[in-house]
Design a protein around this ligand. Sequence first.
Ligand code: F6P
Length: 359
Amino acid sequence: MKRRVGILTSGGDCPGLNATIRGVAKACYERFGDEVEIVGIEDGYSGLINNQCREMVSSDFSGILTTGGTIFGTKRTPFKMMKVVGEDNVDKVKAMKETYKKQKLDCLLTLGGNGTHKTANLLSEEGLNVIGLPKTIDNDIWGTSVTFGFHTAVDTATDVIDRLHTTANSHGRILVVEIMGNKAGWLTLYSGIAGGADMIVIPEIPYDIGKLCAACEKRSRSGKGFSILAVAEGAFDVNEAKLKKKERARLRAEAGITTATSRIAKQIEENTGCETRVCVPGHMLRGGSPSAYDRVLATKFGVHAAKLIADEKYGYAVAMIDNVVSENPLSEVAGKTKFVPENDQLVRTAKDIGISFGD
Ligand code: F6P
């Protein structure tokens, strides 16, 4: 029985996309031999909408285990726009279903984060055979303890914090480092602990600037001439926590505040008199070769997706559940975010060694 498998990568890229694609492909060739054909879809759902597809051969998947980025390219095609017919007059859902049909696909593998899973679920509800694979440096996909790309980004962010330590120490400065993570603070939490940050600020725990300043001053009094704050890009303070997201954004724009990080740095400098600097590694956290951990995880996830194809078990998202690779229904994953619980063991661990969250 011939099987045609379409694969796309959607949303922000991360290390481990190619390792996952390779894992899927190798496991498919191993299981199905000549009975499988793989179709690469370019630039995420945009390629599916516009029928930008290419026929792949097994050699296309060689030499990509270690490479960052994605061999298929990626784009952000927001879920909320999927059902909206724009100026181009294209009915995107209809177009995606047509491409699936034209390409004679038996199933579609979507590698992506929360937005990608929402569209994957939509296509599954529309009758396509879809399997999602959990990618993101944010580690915020519901139902899986880990996503590929996360641990590589933790390593990169940790390296950044390590480097900031030496310069902060030499100059006796406060260094505020902004770590990616708009909604969830997993990356900041892990790298903050691994990098020995003195303060960790995440969206799940709104901060009180007075408490962050007090923590810096406590360190100076104890003879530590510098402090490192790891701040998630989506962080907000206790006053902003009372507001709706839109209202928060409006007030920030009016006050000319671009990021929480720059505001925290400014306020700490004003309140403590300590010289403060900001570091934003930004997209560096999404780049580079996947770590050994992510290569193994990506391979395990890819192999599991091939098993789901063999079992014709569609409408699921691959996941790590209780340390075992498994799957959740797409309908359960779509539309949810895995936040850091306020009482998370890692948060308590950090607090137990004196790291301040500003709460
Ligand atoms: O979703 C992953 C992520 O890295 C977030 O942490 C960040 O807010 C966002 O992507 C930035 O995305 P881009 O600049 O690619 O749109």
